[in-house]
Design a protein around this ligand. Structure first.
Ligand SMILES: *Cc1c(COP(=O)(O)O)cnc(C)c1O
Length: 216
């Protein structure tokens, strides 16, 4: 199927309140243009250099989502370029984002990435460290937390559902409280293989790569 057909098939199944992010990592500008022409305005990239290279070649009404692990020394390249950073996972990274955005008098919109399955291979903070990170966010002047993000471990449907459910319950708990600089607008979870389940469990932002652009 073409990119256009893939997108229209996915969109048919999506409830209205879901933001669909087309994950375009490793894919060419031509492919992104094809998705753009179907109306997609949210694109996700996981490498800073690749993202920067693409931004200049594509329309400027795209909302770019940085979804990869972010090294502190690369933060400066993202300032003013992305609409949402999905991968805040340490106080150290937070401090660098605050510093770089302050320099430019801009505000970063971020999601806190949680390593909900506690996998060594994945980034994201453990739930136990969430309070500490949120406290640090409350003292910032140039960072706004807009929600949570997770990449769950591959596994059987029941286990996946459990992880998505845990994320939703953390999100709900935070939403019911009041913190400086924090509003639970987005729950970013679900990829090609598991987005339908993620939505059932409460996701409102899905990140689809393969299902739109084909295998990488
Ligand atoms: C690559 C990637 C995706 C998309 O994965 P697919 O399985 O191709 O849909 C989603 N989220 C993150 C963080 C990714 O790195």
């Amino acid at each position: 199927m073409s990119i256009e057909e893939n997108i229209s098939e996915i969109k048919k199944t999506l409830p209205k309140n879901i933001t669909l992010i087309a994950v375009s990592k490793t894919k060419s500008v031509e492919f992104i243009d094809e998705a753009y022409n179907t109306g997609i305005r949210d694109f996700g990239e996981n490498k800073v250099q690749e993202l920067i290279d693409k931004i200049d070649k594509l329309p400027n009404d795209i909302n770019w989502h940085f979804i990869g692990h972010l090294q502190t020394n690369k933060v400066k390249y993202l300032v003013g370029k992305v609409s949402l950073i999905h991968s805040l996972d340490s106080v150290k990274l937070l401090n660098e984002i605050e510093k770089q955005y302050k320099k430019n008098n801009l505000t970063a919109n971020v999601l806190i990435e949680i390593n909900i399955g506690k996998e060594d291979s994945k980034s994201g903070i453990f739930v136990e460290h969430l309070d500490e990170l949120i406290s640090a966010c409350e003292t910032c002047e140039h960072v706004k937390v807009k929600g949570l993000m997770a990449i769950i471990p591959k596994g059987h449907e029941n286990v996946c559902r459990k992880h998505f459910g845990q994320m939703k319950s953390i999100w709900d708990t935070l939403k019911s409280k009041s913190f400086n600089n924090l509003s639970m607008e987005y729950l970013s979870m679900g990829m090609t293989e598991d987005y339908e389940l993620a939505i059932k469990e409460g996701s409102n932002m899905i990140r689809i790569g393969t299902g739109i652009f084909g295998l990488r």
